[in-house]
Design a protein around this ligand. Structure first.
Ligand code: 5AD
Ligand code: SF4
Length: 443
């Protein structure tokens, strides 16, 4: 008889959540549970949720509902719901009422208590709902890393910006930076294993790292200290806020070969009027000044951004300014979202809400524009040299071909006799066929 106990985690939303699921998995692994991809086999199912847009919440509610028949077949199944969605008290109430088979409900603030909640439930079989106002950070949570050669490392939690459309500051609390010593120790412990080749520093607004600490270590200094560690790896970070991206950060990126040359700098809109209503605290002119500085100092930079279309009162003219900005910057990629009113945020009750039809039209127009630009950007890559990580050998009969990845995550196929997996190589891009890049190894 198989006594193994299995768990299955469903993760929604951003990289922060992906990483937090590694912490949830850590608590389960510590207790002897083993991961399964099959919900029907699971003894514990965890939903790690996102509430950034209504569409995410609706999808998650549907997926939680779909567990009901599984629970009927296996009454001992433990179902837990946590993360940003359940951190909202009204939503936690709704989940509690709508899904009586959910056993444990908690939020983002007390994620590190998951182990206690699970033990408590397994012992007492009493439903647990624990949503806390105060953020409780525990440095010593176990982690079960699942992202291959990517090591995610939190450098800060929360956000102070209160962009008027955004729910994040309400469900993640105020900015709290981790001690630089703890961060560097964690990064070094990952690099020492030889298994992790890309380290990504995570925070809602990494550029304001250290503002809440008294030791004077800025984000630029932190980047420099980590890049100085004597290992072969790439250093990435997300997400940056344009108002806080300082010259010293740009300089550190430009001067350090270990730091990724892919920068995600969400601008959200190309209209100053809308940026003001969004409380973004910068203008298009300031943003472009930063972009120009970046392009000047990091000539091979890959730039990406987020956009929201259909923010309250956004006119056709405002939207056209957004399209103009996309053309001016000529991004390597963009993410375009339709504005989704979030209860409790200032924008949700603003006059001039834009119709769904108009939002659809604008998001499609923006995505069409991005497709044209990214095709052109791909063509411009021919002849350029990119420092890439060797991911794996391709299964081809006659030739030795490898898949390598650029900083921005683009896949290039190279032909080469012998490449060491997870090493870094300079690749010259030679051609593009059916939107697939091909290249040759230089070193
Ligand atoms: N509606 C639509 N998109 C949103 N984002 C944040 N809040 C909302 C919202 N209410 C987008 C922003 C942000 C990205 C992570 O999600 O573009 O940069
Ligand atoms: Fe949300 Fe703005 Fe904070 Fe980003 S910076 S998490 S968009 S409030």
């Amino acid at each position: 008889m198989n006594n193994t106990k299995y768990y299955h985690i469903l993760t929604y939303g951003c990289q922060m959540n992906v990483h937090e699921s590694e912490k949830l998995a850590g608590f389960l692994e510590e207790r002897g549970y083993v991961e399964t991809q099959n919900q029907n086999q699971a003894d514990v199912i965890v939903f790690n949720t996102c509430c950034i847009r209504k569409s995410a919440e609706e999808k998650i509610l549907g997926n939680i509902g779909a567990v009901k028949p599984i629970k009927k077949l296996n009454p001992n199944l433990v179902v837990a719901v946590c993360g940003c969605m359940s951190q909202q008290p009204e939503m936690a109430d709704l989940i509690q009422k709508k899904f009586p088979f959910v056993n444990i409900i908690f939020g983002t603030h007390n994620l590190s208590k998951f182990g206690e909640f699970l033990d408590d439930f397994n012992l007492n079989h009493k439903r647990i709902k624990s949503i806390e106002d105060e953020v409780y950070i525990n440095e010593n949570v176990p982690m079960y890393r699942t992202s291959g050669y990517n090591g995610w490392v939190n450098i800060m939690y929360g956000c102070n910006n209160f962009c008027t459309y955004c729910i994040v500051p309400y469900v993640r609390g105020r900015e709290k930076s981790r001690d630089a010593k703890d961060i560097i120790e964690e990064v070094e412990s990952l690099l020492k294993t030889g298994k992790y080749k890309v380290i990504t520093l995570l925070g809602q607004n990494v550029n304001s790292y250290g503002n809440d600490l008294s030791n004077g270590i800025s984000f630029a200094m932190l980047l420099q200290k980590i890049a100085d560690l004597p290992y072969e790896f790439k250093l990435k970070f997300m997400t940056s806020h344009p108002k806080d991206l300082t010259d010293d950060v740009i300089d550190v990126i430009a001067n350090n070969p270990k730091i990724s040359k892919a920068i995600h700098l969400p601008v959200q809109s190309g209209s100053n009027r809308i940026l003001k209503l969004m409380n973004r605290k910068y203008t298009v002119e300031h943003y472009l000044e930063t972009i120009n500085k970046i392009k000047e100092k990091i000539p091979n930079v890959s730039l990406t951004s987020d956009f929201i279309v259909g923010f309250p009162t956004e006119t056709e003219e405002d939207f056209n300014m957004t399209c103009d900005l996309v053309k001016t910057v000529s991004y390597n990629g963009i993410f375009a979202f339709m504005y989704s009113p979030r209860q409790g945020t200032p924008a949700a009750t603003m006059d001039g809400q834009v119709s769904q039809e108009e939002k659809n039209k604008r998001v499609n127009a923006l995505l069409k524009l991005e497709k044209e630009i990214s095709l052109q950007k791909n063509n411009e890559m021919i002849g350029k040299v990119e420092n890439c990580i060797v991911e794996r050998k391709l299964d081809t009969k006659d030739l030795d071909c490898y898949i390598v990845k650029t900083d921005s995550g683009k896949t290039i196929i190279v032909q080469c006799n012998d490449l060491r997996e997870l090493s870094f190589v300079d690749v010259k891009i030679t051609k593009i066929e059916n939107n697939q890049l091909y290249g040759e190894v230089l070193n």
